[in-house]
Design a protein around this ligand. Structure first.
Ligand code: HEM
Ligand code: MYR
Length: 419
């Protein structure tokens, strides 16, 4: 029998305000103070276990030990994920629903998404030539909103692009906030759900011709693990679980453009446009820059690990950002060095910007391949197909803000396509 010991813990009644103040550094700061990859704190009046590093990540993705029901904080569920979505399912219900997502991640589907992205990048870049200046973040949001809608099968008029892009952006920008914009984001979610539902009804009533390969068609006809069609609300939530995060890739594209600016030597190495170099660069963007801070689960059944007791139902956070920066997993984690991916061991637990473990059986991000593809297309576009200048601007971002974003959104001047 292992000797039981007290887990390192942070004294005090509640540390939620510190989480808001410290943002992405909250778990790292305590990991350093306790010199431990496991510790206990209190958030929103509840005991919470925090985990960081690949060894703890492997534990967290053991689906016997952790479950997702009741794990996501209420604001995150109400705005980001939506009620009834795959993120909060467990066991057979989760596996069945996850298969619905992985089914639309085939090679053919991925190629479609890439082609659509290139089409909308081309159209946008042509239009930028007539403008003095653009804000990259806003533009990419529009490009990805158009891509996501056409891919999933949701019609989007030209006059609707700005509205829908703005609402989708609000979901991932304001889900972790306690503020007026959070309230606005709740309204945006319900408007987006209503918008998607009309097209689900069209498919189900056969009042519009919808191609069978589209996620709109597939999700609308999907049978759940009880052999019943999903209700309209759940289909809307799950279609938005494709559209919203695809648009959120805009955050990574902005960080990609920032990295090109901040690390000109690394940009230089891309000049041959070799696939593997583009891949190492965007992988390093996903490792180095902050986006999804941590993910949450609850202890399924009490167990003991390394002498520490994990009590049933305890809320547990896995530090995604901190694991990607963990000195036990990465040499010089604070250095931006794409070449490190030349000999990365491909562990499913040490590089987890979009979660770890398995796709089919666990909660690892269904859209990781789409994300990698669209980042590569966008990196190649920015680095090799455009000329532009960056005027004087505030490119800083703060680890205290979730999600973090360069303040200016990256203003570009005189954007012209290369011949
Ligand atoms: C789950 C991050 C893009 C669809 C997740 C998780 C994270 C994440 C951290 C949860 C992992 C966990 O709890 O263990 C991101 C980031 C993205 C991104 C940073 C970049 C913008 C995408 C895209 C799609 C997508 C493009 C779909 C087109 C999903 C779905 C889940 C998920 C459906 C739920 C999986 C499950 O619960 O089994 N993502 N994601 N994501 N993501 Fe992404
Ligand atoms: C997505 O839209 O699903 C992908 C990107 C969203 C990033 C949002 C950052 C805030 C998340 C707070 C997470 C709390 C976790 C339980």
């Amino acid at each position: 029998m292992e000797k039981q010991q007290q887990m390192p813990y942070e004294k005090g009644l509640d540390h939620s305000l510190k989480l808001l103040r410290e943002g992405y550094s909250f778990i790292i700061n305590r990991k350093q103070a306790f010199d431990s990859n496991v510790f206990e704190t209190k958030l929103l009046g509840e005991k919470v276990i925090c985990l960081t590093g690949s060894e703890a990540a492997e534990l967290f993705y053991d689906t016997e030990k952790f479950k997702r029901e009741g794990a996501a904080p209420e604001p995150v569920k109400k705005v980001l994920f939506g009620d009834g979505g795959v993120q909060a399912l467990d066991g057979e219900a989760h596996r069945h629903r996850k298969a619905m997502f992985m089914d639309v991640m085939s090679q053919e589907q991925l190629a479609r998404v890439r082609d659509l992205t290139e089409k909308y990048w081309d159209a946008a870049a042509a239009a930028w030539e007539n403008r003095d200046e653009i804000v990259l973040y806003d533009e990419i949001n529009r490009i990805f909103t158009q891509t996501a809608c056409e891919w999933t099968g949701i019609p989007l008029g030209d006059d609707e692009v700005d509205t829908r892009a703005g609402q989708l952006q609000e979901l991932f920008e304001s889900s972790a906030e306690v503020s007026m914009s959070h309230l606005k984001a709740r309204r945006d979610r319900s408007e987006l759900e209503d918008w998607v539902k009309q097209y689900i009804r069209d498919v189900r009533n056969e009042t519009r011709d919808v191609p069978e390969h589209t996620p709109l068609y597939k999700f609308s006809h999907h049978l759940d693990h009880n052999n019943e069609k999903l209700d309209e609300q759940t289909v809307a939530v799950e279609l938005l679980n494709l559209i919203r995060p695809l648009v959120a890739i805009s955050v990574y594209v902005v960080f990609t453009a920032l990295a090109l600016h901040e690390y000109p030597n690394e940009k230089e190495k891309l000049h041959t446009r070799e696939e593997k170099r583009l891949e190492w660069f965007i992988q390093e963007v996903r490792r180095f820059y902050p986006f999804f801070p941590f993910t949450a689960a609850r202890v399924n059944k009490s167990f003991s690990w390394n002498g520490y007791e994990f009590e049933e139902e305890t809320l547990t956070l896995l530090d995604l950002y901190g694991t990607n920066h963990h000195p036990g997993d990465w040499n010089h984690p604070e250095t931006f060095a794409p070449d490190r991916f030349a000999d990365w061991d491909e562990s499913p637990f040490n590089f987890i910007p979009q979660g770890g473990g398995e796709f089919d059986l666990g909660h690892r991000c269904a859209g990781e391949w789409v994300t990698i593809d669209l980042m590569k297309v966008s990196l190649d576009y920015i680095a090799h197909k455009l000329n532009y200048t960056l005027p004087e601007q505030d490119l800083s971002y703060s680890l205290a803000e979730i999600p973090a974003l360069p303040a200016s959104g990256i203003r570009m001047k005189n954007v012209k396509r290369k011949d």
